[in-house]
Design a binder for this molecule. Structure first.
Ligand SMILES: [Zn+2]
Length: 399
């Protein structure tokens, strides 16, 4: 992860520099776009040398972040570290950007570098870690324990690589500040909080992000991955990551004694039927050319082997690459839940409840094809110190 992370850093810096440079070419006057070879100032900044000089301190930053992860909603020190690094690199920084629905502030960071006329490019990375006990055994492993929202003690680990992303943001910010004579426009670096709980970006928008700061013309984000070899950069045009929809299903029954099931309605056997039946949404309802996934990841019901409970709760996640296939899943779940009530002859007030948790759902990540082509052109330049691979669409999100 470390090696690929540092390569990602180099890639991101180069990628942003190139993108801004392309913007700059459009923004410059015709005269300015033909620099005088005699003029020393017109020589492009030696990014490779600058980045090589930066790597040791960025490695220290990465290990520090990895050893001190912070859960979503609690990115106090991570955001402060990022804000400080951006200020030192010459950016105008605003921290504590973001407002959650409960009125608490988020730890979003916005760093602006205005560098003459031209478009605004937003470079975004996330900062939060996951409630996992680290077992890697690396010297800089996290030993952090904390309490989650329920008061339960949990480990904390940067298992998703957001320590890499924060480091990449710092490296990118420094590199583009160093190379500012090579581009014009506004660079907007965003440290996004609470990606794992998927409410950080929403909190920043709710805090009037695009009223208080420029509305970007383009956005670049990256995520590390273990699906590609170190030294490669993946890129996807169009739908890149599936939408994630969280759904709660409650199956009601009529509780009683296990020896006399005929006197009640057993929600556990109904849940078993339901889980089996919903597999046909993907295999029989969905257009195979526009696939989806439905997974029941959590099931709770009952207290004792001989008692038929009153209800069973299921927690589901669904993935899709289009709004249409997402809706096929939701409709299928509702229809099959209604059918379950009919087949079990349950009274209307005992019909299963299907609840789509919109606040815990995200839409498809769709990469603008034109922008993707521009980035691709950057990555396949002979001078680029990396290889490029076309990345397939990904079902994985963190929710
Ligand atoms: Zn992540």
């Amino acid at each position: 992860m470390l090696k690929s992370g540092l390569l990602a850093l180099l890639s991101a810096a180069l990628l942003c520099a190139s993108t801004l440079h392309t913007f700059a070419e459009k923004a410059r006057s015709p005269k300015a776009s033909h620099p005088d070879p005699q003029n020393q100032a017109s020589q492009p900044t030696d990014l490779a040398t600058f980045e090589a000089r930066q790597l040791p301190s960025l490695l220290v930053t990465y290990k520090n972040l990895h050893a001190h992860p912070e859960l979503s909603h609690f990115e106090v020190n991570t955001s402060a570290l990022l804000a400080d690094a951006l200020r030192k690199a010459g950016y105008t920084v605003t921290d504590h950007v973001g407002l959650y629905p409960d009125g608490t502030h988020a730890f979003g960071v916005v760093g602006l570098l205005k560098n003459g006329p031209g478009p605004t490019l937003l470079v975004r990375g996330d900062m939060d870690a996951l409630p996992i006990i680290e077992e890697t055994g690396v010297p800089y492993a996290s030993h952090v324990l904390t309490k989650n929202k329920s008061g339960k003690e949990v480990g904390v680990m940067h298992a998703c690589g957001h320590d890499i992303h924060t480091t990449v943001l710092i490296g990118t910010a420094r590199t583009l500040a160093e190379a500012r004579k090579d581009w014009h426009g506004t660079l907007m670096i965003i440290g996004q909080p609470s990606e794992e709980t998927i409410d950080g970006a929403k909190a920043m928008l709710a805090d009037h992000l695009y009223d208080r700061f420029p509305r970007p013309d383009r956005i670049i984000g990256l995520h590390d991955t273990n699906l590609h070899a170190a030294g490669t950069v993946g890129l996807t045009a169009g739908p890149a990551m599936a939408s994630s929809t969280s759904i709660d299903v409650t199956i009601f029954g009529i509780g009683g004694h296990g020896s006399m099931p005929n006197l009640g309605r057993d929600p556990i056997s109904l849940a078993a039927l339901f889980i089996t039946e919903i597999q046909t949404i993907v295999s029989r309802e969905q257009d195979p050319r526009d696939p989806s996934v439905v997974t029941v990841g959590d099931i709770h019901g009952g207290t004792k082997r001989n008692i038929i409970p009153n209800e069973v709760k299921l927690e589901l996640t669904s993935r899709a690459f289009s709004d249409k296939s997402r809706q096929v899943v939701i409709d299928g779940l509702r229809n099959m839940a209604a059918g379950l009530a009919t087949s079990a002859n349950l009274p209307p007030d005992k019909a299963p409840k299907v609840e789509v948790l919109e606040a815990e759902s995200t839409p498809v990540t769709f990469n603008d094809p034109a922008m993707a082509a521009q980035v691709r052109a950057t990555l396949v330049q002979p001078s680029a110190p990396k290889t490029y691979s076309q990345t397939s669409r990904s079902w994985a999100r963190k929710t």
